[in-house]
Design a protein around this ligand. Structure first.
Ligand SMILES: Cc1cc2nc3c(=O)[nH]c(=O)nc-3n(C[C@H](O)[C@H](O)[C@H](O)COP(=O)(O)OP(=O)(O)OC[C@H]3O[C@@H](n4cnc5c(N)ncnc54)[C@H](O)[C@@H]3O)c2cc1C
Length: 329
């Protein structure tokens, strides 16, 4: 029996998981290495007691037919539900237990090593040797595979390749270095009663400090009334990035107060260093693929940085990269 093709995927966000799903359909042996404790990357959920917050992405849309088919399947499986129709007349879908519902299910039967940060990658014969630092352990772990796919935000993937001494084609590297991301500060607050945000419980804001306020209770994610996620504007995130957490929370809660009924009783915050890409690989390049692939190196990169600042775009990027690997030109 011939040896199976194998692939290591760095990152268990939606791009990595969709790539893994497609590779497995083609009988690849796939190992996903993820530095966090859970699945989903920027589709993250946090808790304060019983209150459940979508901490990063708030909803997903379906502009492309292939992704709409995925979402329809997830609807049937009871993983996602419709939320409301947004300003661009797209239905906004949410995970039934928060945005991690889909990533958790996708990753459930996969070979995923959580809490393992990839620290070094090395060409080994025609394949790859990958070294991780498992969380809380002094000892490095190594993995080997024919192919390597990187799905962290592009500057992080490039830093990993650079620190590992892997050289890319010069022109490609210049293009990849142009992919930059915004920052976002997020406050998750529990109120002393319902937030009072009218259905659907969310506000897209064009405000100096705030970009979004969403009530996870009205959304159907949190059992606790007044479970509010507040995202900052990129401008505010830049200005307040290094301020103490209490100060960030106080200023953002004060800015949100006029939009809310209840008083904040407890709050936590999160700093997203790379929330959404402002310039993506495919930008103004209609003939460029929504991923990076170097067939000689057997190296691919995927994620929202290649295709657009949305869950859908990241998912399509991962899946199309895997398709390109399984059906070489
Ligand atoms: C605040 C915020 C709000 C957003 N709102 C929306 C929204 O409402 N709708 C929408 O469609 N999109 C939204 N987005 C964007 C959306 O979340 C992303 O486009 C999408 O989730 C990106 O998926 P990805 O797989 O490309 O990357 P990620 O989700 O970032 O996954 C990359 C993974 O790689 C892991 N990783 C990184 N480095 C290493 C390493 N060295 N070793 C191992 N693992 C590593 C990370 O931990 C992460 O899990 C939002 C994002 C943020 C931050």
């Amino acid at each position: 029996m011939s040896k199976k093709d194998s692939c290591i995927i760095v990152g268990a966000g939606i791009a990595g998981l969709m790539a893994a799903e497609r590779l497995r359909m083609y009988d690849f042996e796939v190992t996903i290495l993820e530095k966090s404790r859970g699945f989903g990357g920027r589709m993250a959920v946090k808790n304060i007691g019983d209150a459940i917050f979508d901490a990063g992405a708030q909803f997903m849309t379906t502009r492309e037919l292939s992704f709409r088919q995925n979402v329809e399947a997830w609807l049937e499986q009871g993983l996602v539900q419709q939320w409301y129709i947004g300003p661009l007349r797209n239905m906004r879908y949410v995970g039934v237990e928060g945005m991690t519902s889909v990533p958790k299910e996708l990753g459930r039967t996969m070979n995923v090593r959580l809490s393992e940060k990839v620290a070094h990658v090395e060409r080994r014969g025609s394949g790859w040797k990958v070294t991780t630092l498992p969380y809380g352990s002094e000892e490095a772990t190594t993995y080997e595979a024919d192919w390597l796919i990187l799905t962290p935000p592009v500057p992080q993937s490039l830093a990993l390749l650079d620190e590992s001494g892997i050289e890319l084609d010069y022109d490609e590297e210049v293009e990849l270095k142009r992919i930059q991301y915004l920052r976002c500060l997020t406050v998750m607050a529990v109120l002393n009663g319902p937030a009072g945000i009218a259905n659907p419980g969310a506000m897209d804001l064009n405000h100096d400090i705030l970009r979004w306020i969403g009530d996870n209770a009205v959304k159907g994610v949190s059992p606790v009334p007044g479970t509010v996620t507040i995202h900052s504007s990129p401008k505010f995130a830049k200005a307040y990035w290094d301020k103490p957490e209490e100060e960030r929370i106080a200023v953002m809660c004060a800015a949100a107060k006029p939009f809310l009924k209840g008083e904040v009783t407890e709050a936590i915050s999160h700093r997203w260093g790379m929330s959404d890409p402002v310039r993506v690989y495919k930008e103004k390049q209609p003939f460029r693929k929504p991923f990076f692939l170097d067939e000689d190196l057997q190296l691919g990169m995927a994620g929202d940085g290649f295709n657009g600042p949305r869950i859908e775009a990241a998912a399509v990027s991962g899946r199309e990269l895997a398709s390109a690997i399984t059906t070489p030109a």
